[in-house]
Write a protein that binds this ligand. Sequence first.
Ligand SMILES: [Zn+2]
Length: 396
Amino acid sequence: MLRSRRILVVLVILSMTWAIRPADSAAFEELDALFVLSGADYSEMVRAEEAIEAAGGRVELIFPNRVIVGRIDRVTAATLRGRAAIEQVEFGPVVAVAGLVRPTVDERAAIEFWNDFVQSPIPEEHSHLDHEPMGSDALPPPPLHPTLRNRQDAVQVLTPAMAGKIVQTIFFVESDGKIDPQTENWGKDWKAIKRQVIKGLRYWTRVAPRKQRLKFVIKFNKPKKSQTSYEPINRPSTDERLWVGELMKKKGFPSARVGAAASYFDQVFAFNAKQAKKFKATGGAVSEFVIASRNDVDGKFTNGAFGYAYLGGWFTVMTYDNNGWGPARFNQVQSHENGHLTGRALDEYASSGCSCKDRSPNGIKNGNCAACSSDSCVMKNNTTPICRFTKRQLGW
Ligand SMILES: [Zn+2]
């Protein structure tokens, strides 16, 4: 008797839900959402992430330990508030720092990005500026140190498809004048670039098929924590070993600790490994070095390079203004470089020297190379669409 009454109650609730649904379908529409957590540590954040996904929402960007950007509908959001360390779910602009006490650099960047984004959504970009005059910006990564090779399948290594939780650590590199004369300082410019980095990464989480569960944990190192004795922009990009190695040493990974005669690549690999473990990566970990270059005349290294990435790890390098792209379009360069770095996608613009017969590391031919396709594409001219062959190169 009790059981049948219970069934009746459930049926009544279900019919009520059904009845309100068509009239109030907007309430079930998935929207961009900002989740503010009370999480005191990262494990609480993981709990919130799992709760959002279990409820059918989407997690796209993670800013330890208290801010997540993703997607969810209003009805489900209401059920999540107050659960699993989720304090607020917001769909519109929020007050400065969303009321967070002592926000971290990452949390602050997330809130600033969010308020920018909801007040002026990212427009479709259709810029056609030649990407780079000096051949491809997708570089083959060198082989790993022998002592690291047995860790090739570890958490820091990117999965075959661009998928899962990828940790991206960004350094705002500037000189301290100890070796090279100092000509650049970030000043406040890095704050705008932080938001551009987030925009560029969001591009990928937005276009990724849901089943890939692509999301980024974003960790910024402010200029004060990214200082080197060199002035990178006044040197060729091939001198990167000097300042990358020095920065990795400062982060606790001197060459000697990583392995006998370990290269700066190995140092970055070891640093990424630490980040991957700390933030429970499921899709790998990478680093990014953004070089102060406001005073430089062309925003290029002395060999003409400005934005480049190693295919499939372990890092990418960009300058503040990336030659003609400028800081306002940094997000487009960011998206393009992540196509190489975390997606192993090939260049498609003519001056990269691409060939339609080239094959990506997962064996997909470069069918959207300018030599055989005029389609506009993220890997060709940093525009919004992803071309057909690119998707397959990403493993999607
Ligand atoms: Zn490229």
